[in-house]
Design a protein around this ligand. Sequence first.
Ligand SMILES: [Ca+2]
Ligand SMILES: [Ca+2]
Ligand SMILES: [Ca+2]
Length: 873
Amino acid sequence: MKKLLLLSMILLAANISSGQDLKLNELEYFERQGVNILVYSNSFNGGFNDEKNSGIEIIHHGIRTIQGGAVRLNNTPEQWDLVPKMTSRKVDKENGSIEVGLRYEDYNFDSRVVVTAKGKAVEIAVWLDQPVPDAIAGEAGFNLEFLPSQYWLKTFMMDGRLNRFPRYATSQTISRPNSEKPRQFKGFKTYDDRGTNRFVDPLPLETGHSIVMATDTPERMIRISSTDSELKLYDGRMLAQNGWFVLRSVLPKGKTGKVVTWTVEPHAIPGWIREPNIGFCQVGYVPDQPKVAVIELDKQDKVQPTASLIRIKDDGTTEVAYKGETKTWGSYFKYNYVKFDFSSVQEPGIYYIQYAGTKTNNFLIDAHVYDKITDATTDVWVPIHMNHMYVNEGYRTWHGEPFKEGYLQAPESDHFDLHRQGPTTDTKYKPLELIPGLNIGGFFDAGDFDIETGSNINVVENFIRAWELFKPQRDETFVSEEQRYVDLHRPDGVPDILQFIEHGVLNLVAQAEQIGHMAQTLSNSALDNYHHLGDAASITDGLHYDPSLKPYEVSADGKRSGTPDDMWAFTSREPALDLRAATMFAAASRALRGYNDALADRALVQSKRLMKEGTELLNKRAQNPQDQMDFDWLLGIGSRNAGAQKPDKNRLKLMERSRKNREELGEMSTNLQLYAATHEKQYLNNFEKQIWDALELTLPFNLQTALDAVPYMDEAYRQKLRPYVEKYKAYIEDFDKQNPYGVPIGLGNWAGVNMILNFGITVNYAYLYFPDIISKEEIYRVPNWLYGCHPYHNYSFVAVVGAARPKQVFYGNNRADFSAIPGNVAPGLLFRKPDHFENFDDWPFLWGQNEGTIAGNTQYIIFGSAFKNLVPQ
Ligand SMILES: [Ca+2]
Ligand SMILES: [Ca+2]
Ligand SMILES: [Ca+2]
């Protein structure tokens, strides 16, 4: 017996010590408790991505604090600096190593990075088969980047010299001739050199061979040393507010073989277990709704059998309101999940949840908790995003009037924000000629300031839907198109939402009238002002660009300048966009009737014209099989929704019939809109000929359109729709099996809030029209998720909404201030392969998790308005 005990103790000890070494796991990353080292589980993308999500990444005690491990060509790379393409990735399980091949096509430069587990550390080595090409010798180096918000104010020691990471960028720089700078993505330039022909290069904070960071903070402590190379520590924020701290070693000139070797040892707190994340609805709960907290647990954590709901009484003392079992849901990616159901507690009051040693902040149970969920978005976020206006709030100016000089015809070009112009401009204007009348109305796209036409169409549609469904009379905003002035919290006698519709339509109608069709976008012409952070009115100089003047020179009359900063209109014709605009214009003419009849008339004229021209162009195009896929997708019957599944015979038949119908009858949702606008029966007949095939083909995508038609249709339609709603009920419930949160969770490089809001809107309407099929409790799925019941942390994804703990930082245009624009809705949880969800709340700069968009936020207004109206029913 004693022997056995001894043996098991030895086994246990062996387990523990091997558990402390880094091991390559099944998911192909290095792991020990508290430390995950990923080697190109996520690749760089080039150009559009923010590129702070890739290469060698370290998740340190649950937070991805280190990334960007790769051979890079700059001391502190920016978003549009070249990234290496991964040409190979070999995982050697036996020897515990991962090797990636990296290539810079522009410089015909290949390197290999090999990461090998060595006890508690990894060795990172860079291998070259050919020396670094001359053009980038001395520039190419191995970089690793550290998250500023997790390292600032922490100590570091380089070769025994003590120091502290600066809170703000205040180190030193030099300037160097542009000719020495490695080229940027597609030849774009992120900086305005003010005519000096020189670029700025940061100097290192420290240089040496061995660095220990954050000895004062065990969660962040890391030791890095190199015997063959010099380590240099830089502050990437010197060039760009979204820069990280960068540690790098320049690759030696003229050498091959193993040229750089680092030993990297992230500290692991012995026995560390991640604190449980208790997901719940921060906004609170109405008394009769289901109330289920989802508790996210470290896989090493032991599940506690119970959790408690504590009530804070009127006198400030507390009492246990309910103690109940936790129910295991199971594992989902890297964590385990249990649920705590406290639905039985219905008494209004102030509560918090206690699970083991973890207490949440407090929340309310009360009949009115959801009453104000859309106010911040409608009263603050939306008006701040009104383009071509001066926006004031109390003592504060959010921005002056932007883009006074208007928009120039974009020449044929490739664009940094993914717009393409060409091969033709499809307008009567010459490249760089002023297109009159476009600097009016419209909404900033997101954290940037362009007018994405597609998004702006969505925005107007969303406002119209909100207006027609809920007739919100809310008037908190003064809007004068004549003064080009917006004042927040100043009623002017007109419902704000009508003014928002008008503002959106003013720009879109101007596009249709001036250009003849819809522009793809009105956007920046220069990358160096695209990443603008600050007053939108200062993005351009407000003066017409005159190429006969020198850059930065202003004409004698003060009206023109030689600075090529004017915005461009990208005008290559996209008939699908014209059709979407036609649908929206039809609805807008209806909504604006009686408020602004002149604009309603203009919108209707453009609707009819674009509908006719767009359909003809699309049908012509549909003869080309290359375009067929996009065409199908537009119809909502397409292969992108069907996934990789090869369509069977029946499906192909349906698709063919849908296509034919579309050619003859026009687009389904347009027909519905046109019926609503005109009450001409033929549109409704057309719609009915199309909707059933669409529901057969892609139910989740098309049910909303079918529900939108319910108010115009008879009882027979409603009966025919029933089996589809029943199918949709099964679709909803299936999410309970897919993940512990019961909503569709996206895994793309833009977290999935739009998909979740769409889902929420459809569930709301399915419940409204078919309460005997879709039960009321289903409508709470999406608000739960949005307001805090989700992985990673439990903060509300809507800025300032979420009584006690909304998120603090968003990727809005004030992100440089580590702030938020109230009412913004974050995309949510960004998935990093192979198993990590993330939403930073101390670092706003990753757009995939923190950037709210104008289309998404207006979609939130629909969702929130529908939801809060349904709650009391
Ligand atoms: Ca944009
Ligand atoms: Ca108003
Ligand atoms: Ca200008």
